[in-house]
Unconditional design. Structure first.
Length: 140
């Protein structure tokens, strides 16, 4: 577990705050003008997420607006799995970017990054094996 030391920490007094959600994950995002550092729960984003597609998806909002090295991100994520956490971070980063510049809204909205993805796991019903899968029916 590699922690970011104090000399490498980022001052977030003049930053914008947003909350992103996806499935059971909640991401608290602090965004400020900077050099492109992304810190998640005290780790760099490429150390926190192991999958390549998760790493590339975190930077997706910045790539859409062609400003990958213009903002620093500090994020606190909890709940859910890594895919849900990435989705929550994308939602939070997009909302924080809109606080800096509202002209980015059409670009981010076209890719559906500003709206919360409300899909969640369907609950299991009694008399069923899973949420919808029933037990095998026997006529005789």
């Amino acid at each position: 577990m590699v922690q970011i030391n104090q000399t490498e920490s980022i001052n977030f007094k003049e930053s914008k705050y947003a909350t992103g959600r996806r499935k059971k994950s909640i991401a608290k995002i602090w965004l400020k003008k900077g050099t492109g550092k992304i810190i998640i729960n005290g780790k760099k984003y490429d150390e926190y997420f192991k999958r390549i597609n998760h790493i590339s998806e975190v930077t997706k909002p910045f790539e859409l607006i062609n400003q990958t090295t213009s903002y620093d991100v500090r994020c606190s994520v909890k709940g859910g799995g890594h895919s849900g956490q990435v989705g929550a971070m994308i939602h939070g980063i997009s909302k924080a970017l809109l606080q800096f510049d509202t002209t980015l809204k059409p670009t981010l909205k076209k890719e559906k990054l500003t709206t919360r993805d409300s899909r969640a796991v369907e609950r299991k019903k009694y008399g069923h094996k899973k949420a919808r899968r029933s037990f095998q029916f026997s006529k005789r």
